[in-house]
Ligand binder design. Sequence first.
Ligand SMILES: [Zn+2]
Length: 391
Amino acid sequence: MENMTWNQKVVKKNNKALVLQIIREKEQISRADIAQVSGLNKATVSLLVSELLEEELTFESGPGVSSGGRRPVILHFNKEAGYTIGVDIGVNYVLCVLTDLKGTIIIEKNQLVNRTPYSGIISIIQDMIQSLINEMPSSKYGVVGIGVGVPGIVNKEGTVLLAPNLGWTNIQLKTDLERLFHIPVIIENEAKAGAVGEQQFGSGQDFQNIIYISAGIGIGVGIIFNNQLYQGKNGFSGEMGHMIIQMDGKQCNCGSKGCWEAYASEHALLAMADEKIESLESLIKLAENGDQTSKEIFKKTGNYLGYGISNIINTFNPDQVIIGNRLALAKEWMEESIQTTIAHHTLAFHKNEMQLDFAKYSKHSTVLGVSAFVVENFLKGEAKISLSELN
Ligand SMILES: [Zn+2]
């Protein structure tokens, strides 16, 4: 690129990113078809593809189907050129996965935790990430990034400003993990990440305007608006777990009273159950065995979820609402009461053609979402203009 102007180099980098994106999206495509789809000339496409082959982001396979002439060589995205690590920090668990560059989970580690302070959690995460790195297959780029979903408010610098259910304030999570691993780290609110995970890989693939409700120990919401994650001014959108559904109601961990999550979360559900019942899973087991009390508790929680969802539907007029995270496991016991409440309390115009679904990946939506952010960030970086090259 020595004899190119700055402008020519920028154009070339952008074209290369475009070619790579086409190969990723089409899964398999010939050079001629890339030229047609992108509008670039064939010589340019060939040059850019040869660079992508050298960088091992693409590979070739045998001749494809001929349309009359010589059969073309087919290009594929090399999803094994590197790996991502996705972490979901729950209130009572830490989930870590290793994925390829297409979001396939290769290895998974899950650990239950109980009111562990940050110093304990960070060392658990460190061990889990290290063991994923140790077990990772060899590849050109290794771990291209670590993505972490957190149930709290995260700023653009990757600091967890507040996670009421973890008891965290001002935790420098990105800085701490980058210092430990020297790999780019992305921190995102778990509900926003879950929304993107479901949009890209799960229940949300056919919709443009999606409200993803992460119903776990707390409740968070991810808003996909015209196919884009809606962040808000500082990235703090979606704290609908703290919309107030009862005046002077139950105390919430955020300090306020009557918040939606004080009624409709896993925490609220377990508070209604007999104190001997310690987990959502055991309550589901009881319902499956015909226990009426457990069924009533799920029904009531479903009603509370439905009230909040009605408010959300009336506000956003979405194509789809997805219920995700842990409470999605109890779909069978809550779906009817959620639907009934929505039917009674949502404006008729808003209900029309509105789809209510449960997350396809339930507890994996968030790790898939943060891994997708990591892949985007890595591929953007690969195509970005390096200053040394420009000088
Ligand atoms: Zn609250």
